[in-house]
Design a protein. Structure first.
Length: 403
């Protein structure tokens, strides 16, 4: 069966699923792959259109030769008394809420030598069009023909036939999306040894030690870094902080909310935008207060900060993003242990002793938190993501014992 016509659009345009699987995977971290990744980085960083998209600029920097060499060094470390080989064909189902995310996981699979099919989400955006245009230009160059032959980007036609066709060729599937999307994809039977890497519904939080905020300069720095974590993707990325846990002195909470809002307003090109956002935040705030879950907002403007008594599942379902923060006060760091359910992905921190935080996170009862980084790094991608080690999961480990 020719699977080329199963999708509305295909990149490279002349390729198909049938063509893809006829080509063997490439050697892990081959020079051809490294050259392509460097060319992609250069293309993104030198394209003037990229300047309008900070997430694309961040992607371009992440793809730079220095960072990729660190990943190759990490890969070589896996190969002590072993062979590291591609897993085969990796099928990626991409999220709609983060334009650049599909390229991060794709590059990880590409670096490991795999063939790849990237099923793009239905949502269109200027950033997405820019990324695909850059890929199309590189795929058309003769020096990258070996990459183009083994990588396919498809979009549209989410039929049973197309989903089953993807499942049949997959040696690994990278599933980005909500719980329902992930479960929907998993209903299509894949090979018995196919590896599913599932990035389902998660949210993230930050813990702030109010006792360590001793002056205005520290407060400004904290708010600048926190806004850096929350602004991109309208706070819809799983690693974007939505919950603020505040330890110690509460006296600066109102000032913190004011400064955070000021930081957001200073970067808002059109202050008349956001009426619908404020209305959505107001609806959430009123619902929380009616349920006796929260008190009156500390601020509701470009940013909304709502003091809550305790975070629960209903509240997170109601969370609409776009600079909405739930603020929960805690008496001590130990109280945080009961606030980190399995859905918490990333915990960022400010003013908290690392040893104390490490001791807390080591508690077996805590089911959440797969990443712990300082404020300002919540969205910084690494192959260790959401509890998975992607470079390991997207490769095959051949043990060697020569006796």
């Amino acid at each position: 069966m020719d699977k080329h016509n199963l999708f509305d659009s295909v990149l490279p345009a002349s390729s198909s699923l049938n063509d893809l699987v006829t080509h063997p995977p490439m050697p892990v971290a081959s020079q051809s792959i490294l050259n392509f990744i460097q060319a992609l980085s250069d293309t993104l960083l030198k394209d003037p259109a990229s300047r309008a998209f900070p997430d694309i600029v961040a992607l371009g920097f992440w793809l730079r030769d220095g960072n990729i060499k660190q990943l190759v060094k990490q890969i070589n470390g896996y190969g002590q008394q072993a062979l590291i080989k591609p897993v085969g064909t990796v099928v990626h189902y991409t999220p709609n809420n983060v334009d650049t995310m599909f390229l991060y996981s794709w590059v990880c699979a590409l670096l490991m030598g795999n063939r790849n099919v990237v099923r793009l989400g239905s949502a269109d955006s200027p950033a997405k069009h820019l990324l695909l245009a850059c890929l199309e230009r590189l795929f058309s160059l003769p020096e990258y023909s070996d990459i183009a032959l083994r990588n396919l980007f498809v979009q549209g036609a989410k039929s049973d036939e197309s989903n089953q066709a993807l499942a049949q060729i997959a040696d690994a599937r990278v599933l980005w999306g909500g719980d329902n999307s992930v479960l929907s994809i998993k209903q299509y039977a894949a090979k018995p040894r196919c590896r599913d890497i599932s990035f389902a519904d998660r949210y993230s939080a930050v813990v702030i030690n109010g006792d360590k905020l001793t002056d205005g300069e520290q407060l400004n720095t904290l708010c600048e870094l926190l806004w850096q974590d929350a602004k991109p993707y309208a706070q819809q990325a799983c690693s974007s902080p939505r919950v603020l846990f505040w330890l110690g002195n509460k006296n600066l909470q109102s000032e913190f909310a004011r400064v955070l809002n000021h930081q957001a307003l200073s970067e808002n090109a059109n202050p008349n935008e956001g009426i619908s956002r404020v209305n959505e935040h107001l609806v959430v705030s009123q619902w929380l207060q009616c349920q006796s879950f929260a008190d009156a907002p500390l601020v509701m403007n470009r940013v909304s900060v709502i003091p809550v008594h305790q975070v629960n599942t209903e509240m997170m379902v109601m969370h609409c993003g776009d600079a909405l923060f739930y603020l929960q006060s805690l008496d001590s760091l130990d109280d945080l242990a009961n606030c980190l359910p399995a859905r918490v992905q990333t915990l960022t921190y400010w003013g908290v002793e690392r040893d104390a935080l490490l001791k807390l996170l080591a508690e077996p009862s805590i089911q959440g938190v797969d990443r712990c980084v300082s404020v300002g790094k919540a969205l910084t991608f690494s192959p260790e993501w959401d509890g998975y080690r992607l470079l390991v999961s997207l490769s095959r480990y051949v043990q060697l014992d020569w006796g």
